[in-house]
Design a protein around this ligand. Structure first.
Ligand code: SF4
Length: 123
């Protein structure tokens, strides 16, 4: 079976909803399938939602990413960020988002390793 040109356009139905100012039902996977990393190296849901979670990329754990995948984004129905919608298109059929957004705290800082060597004056 092949899709006609018209059938393929159904996958971009969010664009029609945006044009009509209609709420669109979809599951935004920002923070998981899609990451926005700003010039300060912080991870955000997207360019429109800076500050969520807003933590340094090197502290962004797989557990945090998984949590964001299952977190419902309150801004999704009227979202206009096409690239995130494109990335999440195939996830709309699976993995319902049952979690609510919560503040994310980076993991506790690990103590710096200190090289132990001879004390000054020792030789
Ligand atoms: S729904 Fe849109 S605005 Fe909200 S986080 Fe996802 S991409 Fe960003």
């Amino acid at each position: 079976m092949t899709l006609s040109k018209r059938s393929f356009s159904r996958f971009n139905s969010f664009q029609h909803d945006v044009a009509r100012a209609k709420a669109h039902r979809w599951r935004c996977r920002s923070g998981a399938r899609y990451l926005y990393v700003c010039e300060d190296g912080l991870v955000h849901w997207c360019s429109q939602q800076r500050g969520y979670p807003g933590i340094p990329l090197e502290q962004y754990t797989p557990e945090m990413r998984h949590r964001q995948f299952y977190t419902e984004k309150y801004c999704a129905p009227l979202c206009t960020v096409s690239c995130v919608q494109q990335v999440g298109m195939l996830d709309n059929w699976r993995a319902p988002q049952t979690l609510k957004p919560v503040p994310v705290t980076p993991p506790a800082a690990q103590p710096e390793l200190v090289q132990i060597g001879p004390a000054r004056g020792d030789s």
